[in-house]
Design a protein around this ligand. Structure first.
Ligand SMILES: Nc1nc2c(ncn2[C@@H]2O[C@H](COP(=O)(O)OP(=O)(O)OP(=O)(O)O)[C@@H](O)[C@H]2O)c(=O)[nH]1
Ligand SMILES: [Mg+2]
Length: 241
């Protein structure tokens, strides 16, 4: 009888916990985003004086009503080239991935040019390092780190440990005057990568604008994640805490 009551009590008082993995190139804004999420859900001030992450940062937030009573455990990992090999050790246990893009570092290309850069998937090795094959055919077009970003996003999508995991692409730094607007990142770049041969597996995805620095768009991002991890909970069950 004791055990029955204990299990009823534990069931009634425990909450689902989902792990969210923040990925993206170095300087994209992952740690700043983590700080804003932590601040938004714990009524504290964000520490926006970030330094490049070597290793990981992690924080757990509990969402207030009307959100469902769940925990999000958010993992922020370093995006520097030499650290990207560590990402895959997080894939099997994550419930969603946020891929953060610096919208001010994808160059000045038009929508059509962005698309053709995205279509340039080519046959190259395309590892997670983004330096092997970089076919930037037109020297007049400054693509910033778009090509590197494409290779890295493709390598995430291709990894079988990420199969079926919802992916939120955040077009970050939308507060900057020199940023590329979200529609261009979405239609000209991300959609092509997802529809390309290296991103072909069907998955739940969304592209949203945000500014991790000002906090704009951060709650919308968290709410999307919250709904999608729950929607996918048969595929990737939560941990009970
Ligand atoms: N203007 C602007 N700057 C931002 C924004 N988000 C981050 N930054 C700045 O971009 C720089 C890098 O931010 P981080 O959050 O440290 O970047 P990161 O992705 O964690 O970088 P790594 O740890 O090296 O992978 C910092 O100077 C931030 O202040 C944003 O939304 N707008
Ligand atoms: Mg960081």
């Amino acid at each position: 009888m004791y055990h029955l009551f204990k299990s009823i009590y534990l069931h009634a008082t425990s909450k689902e916990e989902y792990s969210i993995l923040l990925l993206g190139l170095d300087n994209a804004g992952k740690t700043t985003l983590l700080e804003q999420i932590k601040a938004a859900y714990s009524a504290s001030n964000p520490n926006l004086r970030t330094v490049p992450t070597v290793g990981q940062n992690v924080t757990t937030v509990s969402l207030p009503p009307p959100n469902p009573p769940i925990y999000l455990k958010i993992w922020d990992v370093g995006g520097q080239h030499s650290l990207r090999g560590l990402w895959q050790s997080y894939y099997t246990s994550c419930h969603a991935i946020v891929f953060v893009i610096d919208s001010s570092d994808v160059g000045n290309a038009t929508l059509a040019e962005l698309s053709s850069a995205a279509n340039n998937a080519g046959g190259g090795g395309g590892g997670a390092n983004g330096i092997d094959d970089a076919p930037n055919h037109n020297p007049d077009i400054d693509n910033g780190r778009l090509e590197e970003c494409r290779l890295v996003l493709e390598s995430v999508l291709q990894n079988e440990d990420c199969a079926g995991v919802p992916i939120l692409v955040l077009a970050n730094k939308q507060d900057r005057e020199d940023c590329v607007e979200v529609v261009r990142i979405k239609e000209g770049f991300v959609r092509k990568v997802f529809e390309g041969e290296k991103g072909e597996s069907v998955r739940d995805s969304r592209v949203l604008p945000c500014s991790a620095l000002t906090g704009t768009g951060v709650r919308e991002a968290v709410e999307w994640l919250c709904s999608r991890v729950q929607w996918n909970k048969e595929g990737r069950p939560p941990v009970m805490r």
